[in-house]
Design a binder for this molecule. Structure first.
Ligand code: ZN
Length: 236
């Protein structure tokens, strides 16, 4: 029973350290998720920016080609032309001029959109940099803490394996079962005849037996191993 109580204490310690380790890992995982989410958003914005820039270059090339065509049409104009051809050339020039004005407006709008996307991308890049620096710092700090926790847990496990050698195997497997089913608490006190695990009033006959430390006993209701604190001094 003494050994069982010691195992319970050790398991409480292990649970405590495991929890700390899990919290650290969870925190790092959350930061990592945040970072990859931000990176995905940035990638999307950069893709949009690249699309707009491509569209801008196409429009710009179209405009330049049209300006060239208008210049050529102007050069062809001469007083020696037949009036019909002259009018046709003039009409073409006029149409090109109108189309180009429209294209110029489109291009200006595209330039505005490009500038907007670029500044959005810059802001996101800065934010992401901060986040990734934060994650690197956390990882560096946590690596030490995680190694420390691993060492603690290993050291406690070593102490536990020493105890396991002196506890009969059937009792140990029963202990493990109860630990799993009863929220990590398998060994409890009986105070004034009451189980501290489930508050059951232990039947008087069992309680007397418990006080005599005649055998390893379990609570009839929650099945946890029970002991009377009054008996500790004697059995220790
Ligand atoms: Zn109980």
């Amino acid at each position: 029973m003494v050994a069982l109580r010691a195992v319970q204490t050790i398991d409480n310690e292990i649970h405590h350290y495991n929890q700390q380790r899990q919290e650290l890992r969870d925190r790092l995982a959350r930061l990592g998720e945040l970072l990859s989410h931000g990176q995905a958003e940035l990638d999307e914005k950069q893709q949009k920016l690249a699309n707009v820039e491509k569209f801008y270059r196409e429009k710009d090339m179209e405009l330049k080609a049209d300006i060239e065509r208008a210049a050529k049409a102007k050069n062809k104009l001469s007083s020696s032309m037949k009036q019909k051809d002259y009018l046709a050339a003039q009409k073409e020039i006029e149409n090109l001029r109108r189309a180009n004005t429209q294209k110029e407006e489109e291009i200006l709008k595209l330039l505005e959109a490009i500038e907007e996307y670029r500044s959005g991308v810059r802001v996101d890049e800065a934010k992401l940099k901060v986040l990734s620096d934060e994650l690197s710092a956390e990882e560096a700090g946590s690596a030490e803490r995680l190694a420390e926790l691993d060492r603690c847990i290993a050291e406690i496990e070593a102490r536990k394996s020493g105890l396991l050698e002196i506890i009969p195997r059937p009792i140990m497997s029963k202990y493990a079962r109860i630990l799993l089913n009863r929220d990590g608490l398998a060994v409890v006190e009986v105070r004034d005849g009451t189980c501290m695990g489930c508050n059951l009033q232990i039947p008087p006959q069992s309680y007397i037996q418990l006080l005599r430390v005649e055998a390893i006993m379990n609570c009839p209701q929650c099945q946890r191993f029970i002991y009377a604190p009054e008996t500790i001094a004697e059995s220790d």
